[in-house]
Design a protein around this ligand. Structure first.
Ligand SMILES: Cc1cc2nc3c(=O)[nH]c(=O)nc-3n(C[C@H](O)[C@H](O)[C@H](O)COP(=O)(O)OP(=O)(O)OC[C@H]3O[C@@H](n4cnc5c(N)ncnc54)[C@H](O)[C@@H]3O)c2cc1C
Length: 326
């Protein structure tokens, strides 16, 4: 396998990685960005309407926004490889060796902007019906293509709320939003208000999916409530948004993480016994000097597009600084 040298390797092309690539490329760092795919853009590609990203007062769909990020990265001739999944990280002196299925990179600095992946719902029938009316996330297609249908959305945060609003635009559909806690606990108030005012959304709070039914295709969902009650719903489709977690098993413990696998970064590392050298860690630097982490995967991150993009841009002068001194 050929080894490719690079100054700055960005692993993960969501808002954090792409913004870092745009800023690094525009400032002459010649970054290489790899993403496991199938497309660059990360979680935000699944958002039907992003209303809190500055500059788009009417809101913008996730795919539209991320296509703009990609065009801007291409404008500065960022080298993007997708699909290319990072499989291993190994430290060899000052070089960080990253392997994908086809290539090996020897990088002076690395940015881990690998975001989060969906958590799996555990209930009888889930494995058998996955892809048969039951999916993680939701396809952003015209909701009227679902015709007269009963659609269950599982989850209590903004991603589930946005999906419920998206499908409610189909006047022939009825949407059931199933959440473990009151919506107000995790969802932005503007979405809660819209959902509560929507005639074709029924909210089931304090409820969990206990079983899914169907053979060739999803036909129904059983619910169990916190107070011990149970009920069932007829359902044609179910889209699941029950949270996400970092997918960091491939890092094999190379960088320090908390118990939930969020990556530790920044000056506070000196207060732990994880920081290995005498100089202070830079902001966004992990327990491996020269390896940085930004966006949702970083412990303490805000889990928003703008925050991830901001971190991706803020890390670039720090990469310059690191390269000047190492
Ligand atoms: C449905 C939905 C709706 C949302 N709506 C909003 C909203 O309205 N407003 C808002 O501010 N935020 C919203 N968010 C949250 C927002 O999308 C995230 O906070 C943001 O995308 C985080 O960006 P990131 O770059 O840190 O990570 P991600 O977007 O998760 O991107 C990480 C990238 O890394 C890649 N990757 C992972 N592992 C590897 C590997 N081993 N090798 C190579 N590549 C890898 C992935 O393929 C992915 O492309 C929403 C999220 C979802 C799921």
């Amino acid at each position: 396998m050929a080894t490719r040298d690079c100054k700055f390797l960005i692993i993960g092309g969501g808002p954090a990685g792409l913004t870092s690539a745009i800023n690094a490329a525009s400032e002459g760092l010649s970054p290489v960005l790899i993403d496991s795919g199938p497309r660059v853009g990360g979680q935000a590609r699944q958002s039907s309407l992003i209303e809190n990203y500055a500059g788009f007062p009417e809101g913008i769909s996730g795919p539209d926004l991320l296509d703009r990020f990609c065009r801007q990265a291409a404008k500065f001739a960022t080298r993007v490889q997708c699909p290319a999944k990072a499989r291993t990280l190994r430290i060899d002196g000052a070089r960080k060796i990253i392997t994908t299925d086809d290539e090996e990179f020897a990088a002076k600095t690395v940015l881990l902007s690998i975001g989060l992946s969906y958590m799996r719902l555990k209930a009888p029938g889930m494995l058998e019906l996955l892809g048969k009316g039951l999916e993680y996330g939701a396809p952003l297609i015209d909701p009227t293509t679902y015709g007269k249908s009963r659609i269950c959305i599982v989850g209590g945060a903004n991603s589930a709320g946005q999906a419920a609003m998206h499908f409610s635009q189909n006047p022939d559909a009825h949407v059931h939003l199933i959440a473990r806690s009151p919506l107000e606990d995790k969802m932005s108030q503007y979405l809660v208000d819209r959902i509560r005012g929507c005639a074709n959304i029924t909210v089931h709070e304090g409820a969990e999916v206990s079983e899914v039914h169907g053979t060739e295709k999803l036909t129904g969902v059983s619910l169990k409530f916190k107070d011990g009650a149970a009920s069932s719903l007829d359902a044609d489709n179910m889209f699941i948004f029950i949270g996400a977690a970092p997918k960091v098993d491939w890092l094999n413990g190379t960088v320090g993480m908390d118990a939930k696998h969020f990556i530790l970064t920044g000056p506070k590392l000196v207060d732990t016994n994880h920081w290995p050298i005498t100089r202070q860690p830079y902001p966004f630097e992990t327990t491996v000097p020269g390896v940085f982490a930004c966006g949702d995967v970083r412990l303490g991150s805000v889990k928003r597009v703008a925050a991830a993009a901001g971190e991706g841009s803020a890390v670039v002068p720090i990469i310059h600084e690191y390269l000047r001194h190492e």
